[in-house]
Design a protein around this ligand. Structure first.
Ligand code: NAP
Length: 259
């Protein structure tokens, strides 16, 4: 690749952001709320055809009104439904596995049901949806990109988050294997690993200052991450600007992990 391609839109090779993803179809799971919703809006603004997948129909209806995106209403805890929806979404060029859930339970009281549900949504659904998207990309010769929305919880153990931390560590492992096997086909796979983000999920897990305060105190930038800061990182990992980035877990934590 040359240094700067002046034939690209904008002056001196700078990108015209509103056309950055023009001609690309992106499937975003968990697009009803929080990080996924912000990502859907950002990528629509940047010219992508967005297919938003989530569970609550109301969320999808308002997102459709706001962005003109297409929608798929499905519960990803249901493996058969996840497979059917992923097939229905094809052909897609880019995928963001963002759907996630947390059920707070002490380790000793973590139930098999909650553990299985968390793994099903946070990890197994990413496998199922990614397989369908990657197969379609390979068949069409599309050198696409996949971003798995993981968490700093893949690397830090938080109390009450046993199932969640296990699911996110698993997602990072899945990301690395996908990067190796799909890299053979020119498909890049990366994870993005945010710290606490005050979305509906963030409020559920971290609204008590007694819990969030010690985490906040360890972040050198002294704040939690905004959904748009995560969405910007996802957009970077999907874009040609990260054309040689493959298999990483990109930490977005204001320095928490190195402090
Ligand atoms: P959120 O505000 O709760 O939004 C999650 C979205 O995923 C919602 O639209 C939700 O739909 C959807 N979803 C959940 N379970 C689903 C299922 N079974 N089938 C289909 N859709 C489902 O969460 P968020 O904070 O934006 O989190 C997005 C991702 O970032 C998650 O993977 C999360 O683990 C990760 N993350 C979050 C934080 C944080 O502090 N918030 C930090 C690091 C990583 P419903 O509302 O209908 O359930």
């Amino acid at each position: 690749m040359s240094d700067i391609d002046a034939s690209r839109p904008g002056e001196h090779g700078q990108l015209d952001r509103s056309r950055e993803f023009a001609g690309k179809t992106v499937l975003i799971t968990g697009a009803g709320k929080g990080i996924g919703r912000t990502t859907a809006k950002l990528l629509a603004q940047r010219g992508a055809r967005v297919i938003a997948l989530s569970r609550a129909a109301d969320d999808l209806n308002t997102l459709k009104e706001e962005t003109g995106c297409e929608t798929l209403c499905v519960d990803l805890a249901d493996a058969a439904a996840a497979l059917e929806a992923a097939r229905a979404a094809q052909p897609v060029d880019l995928l963001v596995n963002c759907a996630g859930m947390v059920e707070l339970q002490p380790f000793l009281d973590t139930t098999v049901e909650a553990f299985d549900r968390t793994i099903a949504v946070n990890l197994r659904a990413a496998l199922i949806v990614s397989q369908q998207c990657a197969r379609s990309m390979i068949e069409r010769g599309v050198k696409g990109a996949i971003v798995n929305v993981s968490s700093v919880s893949a690397q830090i153990g938080f109390p009450l988050h046993a199932a969640y931390c296990a699911s996110k560590s698993g997602l990072d492992g899945l990301t690395r294997v996908m990067a190796i096997e799909l890299g053979e086909h020119g498909i890049r796979v990366n994870a993005v690993n945010p710290t606490v983000t005050m979305t509906p999920m963030g409020e559920k897990a971290w609204s008590d200052p007694a819990k969030s305060g010690p985490v906040l105190a360890r972040i050198p930038l002294h704040r939690f991450v905004q959904p748009l800061e995560v969405a910007n990182t996802i957009a970077y990992l999907l874009s040609d600007e990260s054309s040689m980035v493959n298999g990483v877990s990109m930490i977005v934590d204001g320095g928490l992990l190195v402090a």
